[in-house]
Design a protein around this ligand. Structure first.
Ligand code: ZN
Length: 150
C-alpha cells in the first residue's frame, strides 16, 4: 500500500513538473472549459477529432498538482483512441475515483490510471482528479468549434 502511494506521489510530481500535451492545440476542432470551484482548478481541453478518433489532444490552464497530473495523464490515455474508447475510459475513471468501480476486481482499461484510485478516500480531491475527464467528455459530445471565425 505504501508502495502504491509512493508511486502515486512520484507520478503526480513528475506530471506536475512536466505536464504532457500542455499547450493550446491549433488543429483542434473541439474544445471545452472546466472549472472546479472547490479547489480553484481551471482548464481547457482541446481535441482534434478525425473520423471518430482522437487524433490529438491537449490541455492548458491552472490548478493544483492533482488536477494537472490527472489532465496530463488523461491526454496520454485518450490520444489515438476512438470516441467510444475515450468515453469508456472516462466512465471507468469516474467510477473508480468515486468508489463505484473496484479497479482490482473488475476488468477495465485503466492501466496506469489506477494510481488515482486512492483519491476516493479524499472526497475533496475527487473533483481535482476527474475535472479534466469531465472536460474531455464535454468536448467530445460538444459542438465543433467554429474554426472559420476568428
Ligand atoms: Zn484541485
Amino acid at each position: 500500500m505504501s508502495e502504491l502511494s509512493d508511486l502515486y506521489q512520484q507520478v503526480i510530481l513528475d506530471h506536475n513538473k512536466k505536464p504532457r500535451n500542455f499547450r493550446r492545440l491549433e488543429t483542434a476542432n473541439r474544445k471545452a472549459d472546466g472549472h472546479n470551484p472547490l479547489c480553484g482548478d481551471q482548464l481547457s481541453v482541446y481535441l482534434q477529432m478525425e473520423d471518430d478518433v482522437v487524433r490529438d489532444v491537449s490541455f492548458e490552464g491552472t490548478g493544483c498538482a492533482i488536477s494537472k497530473a490527472a489532465a496530463s495523464m488523461m491526454t496520454q490515455s485518450v490520444k489515438g483512441k476512438t470516441r467510444v474508447e475515450a468515453e469508456t475510459l472516462f466512465d471507468e475513471f469516474h467510477r473508480m475515483v468515486t468508489g463505484e468501480l473496484d479497479e482490482e476486481a473488475t476488468p477495465n482499461n485503466l492501466g496506469r490510471l489506477k494510481i488515482f484510485a486512492g483519491v476516493r478516500d479524499y472526497p475533496a480531491r475527487v473533483k481535482c482528479a476527474s475535472l479534466s475527464w469531465h472536460t474531455m467528455h464535454a468536448a467530445l459530445v460538444g459542438e465543433e468549434m467554429a474554426t472559420t471565425e476568428s
